[in-house]
Design a protein. Structure first.
Length: 1020
C-alpha cells in the first residue's frame, strides 16, 4: 500500500496527464448505456389515460373476484350531489384511495362503495330555479321529480370528475355506488327510523329551534356555521317595574314607592322583545338603583356593569343597592303596554345562574320561544310545558317562516299590524326599534359585532324560534354512544375529545325539516287537534305501503292509503300527512346500513374499518352515524319505557377508525371563496386551464395526489402555484430515478436468465444501499399503517435524492456502463437496482398509481400474468437486508467522501481539475492509528474509495508521504472519532492517462484503453 508512495507523488507532480487524441466515439457502441422508452416529462393528460382503467375500475372489479384476503371495509362519507368538485373533495377522495390501495397491496379485499347525499335544500332550490317557479306555486310531486333529475345529473358530473383523480372504485356499476335517493336506501333509512321510534327515542315537541328564514326550515346544530363578524343593532331598553310588587323590598331599602323604576335590559335581537315573558337576574349579583341626572329617572342595573355603561347612562347618582335574590318574584309591566288598548298582564322577574357580568346590564330579557336558555329556565319554573299543543298556548311566539305573524297583535294590539309579514331580521327588527321609541322605552341603539350562527348552505343568518318539530332523544342513548367509541381509533388522537364533547353536550336532535325534497317523516296529523300519530303500528303499515309504491307515494297518494285499519275505521277524514322531511344528516347518517354482510349467514353488517372525512364531520356525519346506529340497536327494545341508566357494552360504533383532515386553503392561507377569486380547482390542476395571468399547466392526477400525500392533512393546508411547482419537481426527481433504473435493468426479457447476486457476494456499498432501502420500506409501511402519508413521501423523496441520485446512481455509472455485462460488480449493482425499483414502486404505488402502472408496463411489457401492478402483493424485503454494521461503516466513509468532494470543488475553482476523474486522492494514515477499527475499515475497503469519490484512483499513504509537498497540494482533514487523529486528504492529478472508452484516467501511455476496458472489448 505505502511502498511506492514517493514514486507516485513524484510522477504526479511532474507530469499532468494530457491524453493523446483518441477516437472516443468508436467505443460508444461497446458501452452498456441506459436504454428505456420511459419518458422523463410525459404529457400527463395522455399518459395517465393509458393506465386509468386498468388501475381504477377494472382493478376494483378484478380484486373483488380474485383477492381472497380479509375484507377491508372503507365506508365513504357521501359528498353532496351539487356543483363541481372542489379541493376538499379531491383531498378527501385521494386520501381514501391511498389507504385502499395500500390495503390491496397488503393482500386485503377492498370493499369501497362511493356514495352521494342527494336530498336537501340546495338541490330543491336548483330544481325550482330550473322550473322557474316559487315552491308555493308548484306541486310537491313536481318539485320532487325535478329535484331527482337535478341530483342524478349532478352525480353523473361528479362521478366523471372523481375519475380524473385516479380513484379505485367501480364507477360504471350503479350497484357499486349508493345514493340516498335510491328506493332501497330510503327504505333502509325508514326502517332505522322505525326502530328508533319503537325504542321510544322519537318525539314531537313545540320548542325553540334553529330556524333558517333563507331555507325556510329548522336546522340542526351541525348545519350551522358561526361567523365572528356579524353586526347586530343592539338596544338598551327599559321595562317599568311594578312598584307595588316591590313594596317590601323598597321599604326595607328605605326607598320611595311613588317614583317609577325602570329595569334596564340589553339585547342583540330587538325583534324578540315582543315575545318577552320575563326578566332574569342572578341571585348572587348586587344590583344598583341609580338616578340618571339628565332626566331624573330611576333605573336598576348590575353594580358591576356601571363603569361599562357610563356612556349609555350618562351622569348618575347611586340611590341604593339590592341583592338579586330580593328581586326574584317581583313583577313588571310589558314593555309595549303603553301601546295596547287593554292593559296586558304583568310579567315576573326570575332567578337564573346563566346571567353573567360579561356583557349587557345584568338583567336579561327572556323570550323562551326564541332562546334555549330562556326555554330551559321557564321549564324549570314550570311556566311552560314541553308538549303540544299546551306549549303553544303557554309560550308567546308570533314568528312564522322568519316573519312576524298575525299573533303579534296579541301583544301590541292594532299597532302590531304594521309588523305583520315583516322579516324579523331585517325591517321587522328596525320597526321594533321604532316602536320602542314610540313607547318611550328606548335608551340607546348600538352596533355590535359578535359571533352569530349562519345557515351553512345559504350563508344567511338564522334565528331561534319556537316551532313544532320532531326530535330524537339523545339523553337516552349518549351513554351507549360514548361507550361505543371506546374501541375506536382516532387520527389525530385529540379528535376523540372533539367528537365525545359534541355528543356529551347534546340532549336532543331536531330531525325534521320543512322541505319537500327528502325522506318523509311518516306521521299522521289530526287536522282538528294538531296531534300526531307516529307509533309502532302506524309505521309498520305506512312503511309497508312505501316499500311497495315508493316514497314518492307519500306525496302523490291519498291519506287513506296510509291510515292503519284501526284509524281508518274511526274518523278517517280528520287526518292528513305530515309535510316534514328528515334532516339530511339522518339520511347520510344511516349509510352504515349499506355495509351488508358478505353472506346471509353473517349475523351483523360489516363494521367499517375506516371512515375519513373533514374535521367538521365530528359535528355531522361521524356523529349521525353513531347516533342512528346506537339508537336503532334492537337491544333497546327491552327497556323502551325506562331510561337507560348506564352504558351497554354490547353497543358498537359503525366504524373502527376515524381519520379527520383539515381544510384546503389558498397559497396565502386564506379560505377559498368565489368572492375573493382565490379558488383553486382540482380539475384545473389535473387537466390544465386558464388562470388570471397565465394558462395553468396540466399537472395530471399523480402530482395532485403527491401534493395530498405530502402535506400535513390533519391540519389546514395551503395549495397554489408555488406548492404545485415544488410537487412537480419532486415528481420529476422520482421519475428520473425510475428512468435511470429502468434504463439499466431493461425490460422483463432482458432480465430473463440474469444471474442475480446474493447478499454474501455484495460489497459494502450495495449492502449499505440495501439496508437504507430496507429502512425506507419499514418507514413507509409504518407511515401507511398510521395514515401518515407525509412520512412516506418525505422518506421516499429523501431516499431518491440523497441515497440514489446523489450517491449510488452517481458512483455506479462507471460500473454499469463500462464493466463487463456479466461481471460480478455489475450484476451486483443491477440486482440492487432491481430491488430498489420493485420496492420503491410498491412504496409509491398507493400515492402515484399511474406512475406505478407505467413503471410496471415498462419493466414487464411482455408479462401477461399481471395486467396491473396492483395485482401483485407487496413483497417486503427480507430482514437479512437490515445491516446497521454496514450503515455504521458507510457513515465513516461518507464523512470522508464529503471532505473529498469539497477538495474537488476547490480544485475546479482553482482550474486544476475539470472533472473528478482527472484527480486522485491520497489519505494519510498516522502510524499510531494503524490498528484503529476505522483504519482497518479503510484498508479493507481501499478499492471502493475511488468509486466512492468518483476519482480515477485513491490510496492510503503513510506520514512520510507528506515530506516537502504540503504547499503544492489541496488538502483537508476530517475528524471521525475522538480516539482517532484527523485523517489528512490530498488532492492531486490522476497518475495515468484518460481511457477513451470509460474516460477514467487509468490507461497506460503505451496502451489503447485501460486494462478493464481491454478485457471487456476482448469478451465482446
Amino acid at each position: 500500500m505505502l511502498r511506492h508512495a514517493r514514486a507516485r507523488l513524484s510522477r504526479a507532480l511532474s507530469t499532468v496527464p494530457v491524453p493523446p487524441e483518441t477516437k472516443t466515439n468508436s467505443f460508444s457502441d461497446t458501452l452498456f448505456l441506459p436504454k428505456t422508452a420511459f419518458p422523463l416529462r410525459p404529457d400527463p393528460t395522455k399518459n395517465e389515460t393509458l393506465y386509468r382503467a386498468r388501475t381504477c375500475e377494472e382493478l376494483y372489479r378484478w380484486q373483488r373476484k380474485n383477492v381472497h384476503g380479509p375484507e377491508f371495509v372503507f365506508h365513504d362519507g357521501p359528498p353532496y350531489a351539487n356543483g363541481d368538485l372542489h379541493m376538499g373533495h379531491a383531498l378527501n377522495k385521494i386520501l381514501k384511495d391511498i389507504i385502499n390501495r395500500f390495503a390491496l397491496l397488503r393482500g386485503r379485499k377492498i370493499h369501497y362503495i362511493p356514495g352521494w347525499d342527494c336530498h336537501g335544500l340546495p338541490i330543491e332550490n336548483k330544481a325550482l330555479q330550473e322550473l322557474g317557479k316559487d315552491s308555493s306555486h308548484v306541486l310537491p310531486s313536481t318539485i320532487r321529480t325535478a329535484a331527482h333529475a337535478v341530483a342524478i345529473r349532478e352525480i353523473a358530473s361528479q362521478k366523471e370528475q372523481f375519475r380524473q383523480f385516479g380513484i379505485m372504485a367501480d364507477w360504471d356499476d350503479d350497484a357499486s355506488t349508493y345514493r340516498t335517493l335510491d328506493h332501497s336506501y330510503e327504505m333502509r333509512q325508514l326502517r332505522i327510523f322505525e326502530q328508533m321510534v319503537n325504542n321510544g327515542l322519537i318525539h314531537r315537541r313545540y320548542r325553540p329551534v334553529h330556524y333558517s328564514p333563507s331555507s325556510r326550515s329548522a336546522l340542526a346544530e351541525a348545519e350551522l356555521v358561526y361567523k365572528d363578524n356579524h353586526v347586530s343593532h343592539s338596544v338598551y331598553a327599559t321595562f317599568p317595574l311594578d312598584v307595588s310588587s316591590a313594596k317590601s323590598v323598597l321599604e326595607t331599602a328605605k326607598l320611595s314607592l311613588s317614583e317609577p323604576i325602570q329595569l334596564l335590559v340589553w339585547t342583540t335581537t330587538p325583534w324578540t322583545l315582543t315575545a318577552n315573558m320575563g326578566i332574569a337576574v342572578h341571585p348572587e349579583m348586587i344590583y344598583t338603583l341609580i338616578r340618571r341626572i339628565n332626566d331624573s329617572s330611576l333605573s336598576l342595573v348590575a353594580q358591576s356593569r356601571l363603569e361599562v355603561l357610563k356612556d349609555i347612562l350618562g351622569p348618575i347618582e347611586t340611590i341604593a343597592e339590592l341583592k338579586g335574590v330580593d328581586l326574584i318574584g317581583l313583577s313588571y309591566r310589558p314593555i309595549f303596554s303603553s301601546l295596547c288598548d287593554i292593559e296586558p298582564p304583568a310579567m315576573q322577574i326570575l332567578g337564573s345562574s346563566h346571567v353573567t357580568t360579561e356583557s349587557g346590564t345584568g338583567l336579561v330579557h327572556c323570550a323562551p320561544a326564541h332562546g334555549e336558555e330562556d326555554y330551559k329556565l321557564f321549564r324549570s319554573y314550570g311556566l311552560i310545558s314541553s308538549g303540544t299543543p299546551s306549549a303553544i298556548d303557554s309560550m308567546i311566539c308570533h314568528v312564522s317562516d322568519g316573519m312576524f305573524s298575525e299573533k303579534v297583535t296579541d301583544v301590541l294590539g292594532p299597532t302590531g299590524k304594521t309588523l305583520v309579514g315583516m322579516p324579523v331580521l331585517e325591517e321587522g327588527s328596525r320597526a321594533v326599534v321604532e316602536l320602542l321609541k314610540q313607547a318611550g322605552k328606548l335608551l340607546a341603539v348600538k352596533r355590535y359585532t359578535h359571533k352569530y350562527p349562519y345557515d351553512w348552505k345559504t350563508d344567511k343568518p338564522i334565528i331561534v324560534t319556537a316551532t313544532s318539530q320532531w326530535f330524537a332523544n339523545l339523553d337516552r342513548i349518549k351513554g351507549e354512544a360514548l361507550a361505543a367509541l371506546k374501541d375506536v381509533r382516532f387520527y389525530p388522537n385529540q379528535s376523540r375529545n372533539r367528537l365525545e364533547s359534541f355528543i356529551e353536550s347534546r340532549s336532543e336532535w331536531c330531525i325534521s325539516r320543512q322541505r319537500v325534497w327528502g325522506v318523509p317523516i311518516p306521521a299522521l296529523i289530526n287536522s282538528k287537534t294538531g296531534n300526531a300519530i307516529l307509533n309502532r303500528e302506524s309505521l309498520r303499515h305506512i312503511i309497508d305501503v312505501l316499500e311497495k309504491k315508493g316514497v314518492k307515494h307519500w306525496w302523490e297518494g291519498p291519506v287513506e292509503d296510509f291510515l292503519p285499519p284501526e284509524v281508518k275505521a274511526n274518523n278517517a277524514g280528520e287526518w292528513q300527512k305530515s309535510t316534514d322531511t328528515m334532516d339530511v344528516w339522518f339520511d347520510s347518517g344511516t349509510s352504515w346500513s349499506m355495509l351488508d354482510p358478505p353472506s346471509p349467514s353473517e349475523g351483523k353488517p360489516f363494521r367499517a374499518e375506516v371512515c375519513l372525512e373533514g374535521s367538521d364531520q365530528h359535528r355531522g356525519w361521524f356523529q349521525s352515524q353513531l347516533l342512528t346506529a346506537v339508537g336503532s340497536a334492537s337491544e333497546m327494545t327491552t327497556n323502551v319505557s325506562e331510561a337507560i341508566t348506564g352504558p351497554n357494552e354490547n353497543f358498537r360504533s359503525p366504524y373502527g377508525t376515524l381519520i379527520t383532515h383539515g381544510m384546503v386553503l389558498d397559497e396565502k392561507g386564506k379560505k377559498m371563496s368565489k368572492s375573493l377569486g382565490n379558488i383553486v380547482s382540482p380539475l384545473t390542476i389535473v387537466l390544465g386551464g386558464g388562470g388570471k395571468n397565465m394558462k395553468d399547466p396540466a399537472y395530471g392526477a399523480d402530482i395532485l395526489r403527491l401534493w395530498a400525500a405530502s402535506v400535513d392533512y390533519k391540519n389546514d393546508m395551503s395549495i397554489g402555484r408555488t406548492a404545485l411547482k415544488q410537487t412537480a419537481e419532486a415528481m420529476r426527481k422520482i421519475r428520473n430515478s425510475a428512468r435511470f433504473m429502468l434504463g439499466n435493468i431493461g425490460d422483463g426479457r432482458a432480465m430473463e436468465g440474469f444471474e442475480r447476486v446474493e447478499r454474501k457476494d455484495m460489497g459494502l456499498i450495495e449492502r449499505y444501499v440495501m439496508h437504507e432501502l430496507y429502512v425506507l420500506e419499514q418507514t413507509a409501511i409504518k407511515g401507511y399503517e398510521e395514515y401518515d402519508f407525509a412520512k412516506v413521501t418525505s422518506a421516499l423523496v429523501n431516499f431518491a435524492n440523497i441515497t440514489l441520485s446523489s450517491l449510488y446512481f452517481d458512483i455506479t455509472k462507471d460500473c454499469l456502463y463500462a464493466n463487463s455485462f456479466q461481471s460480478l460488480e455489475r450484476r451486483a449493482v443491477v440486482t440492487v437496482l432491481e430491488k430498489i425499483l420493485n420496492t420503491t414502486t410498491s412504496i409509491l404505488a398507493p400515492i402515484l398509481p399511474h406512475l406505478a402502472e407505467e413503471i410496471h408496463d415498462h419493466l414487464q411489457p411482455h408479462n401477461t400474468t399481471t395486467k396491473s401492478f396492483f395485482e401483485k402483493e407487496w413483497k417486503t424485503l427480507d430482514p437479512e437486508w437490515e445491516d446497521y454494521a454496514a450503515a455504521k461503516d458507510m457513515s465513516y466513509l461518507l464523512k470522508i467522501r464529503k471532505s473529498v468532494l469539497g477538495l474537488l470543488e476547490e480544485g475546479r475553482r482553482g482550474q486544476k481539475v475539470k472533472s473528478s476523474l482527472e484527480a486522485g486522492i491520497d489519505i494519510i494514515i498516522h502510524d499510531a492509528d494503524k490498528d484503529h477499527p476505522i483504519i482497518k475499515l479503510l484498508k479493507r475497503e481501499e478499492s471502493l474509495l475511488k468509486t466512492l469519490f468518483i476519482t480515477s484512483d485513491a490510496s492510503l499513504d503513510d506520514e512520510e508521504f507528506l515530506v516537502n509537498i504540503l504547499d503544492q497540494l489541496y488538502t483537508d482533514s476530517v475528524k471521525l472519532e475522538k480516539d482517532l487523529d484527523p485523517l489528512r486528504m490530498l488532492l492531486r492529478p490522476a497518475l495515468l492517462m484518460k481511457c477513451p472508452r470509460c474516460w477514467t484516467f487509468t490507461r497506460r501511455r503505451d496502451e489503447e484503453t485501460c486494462a478493464r476496458c481491454a478485457d471487456v472489448l476482448r469478451s465482446l
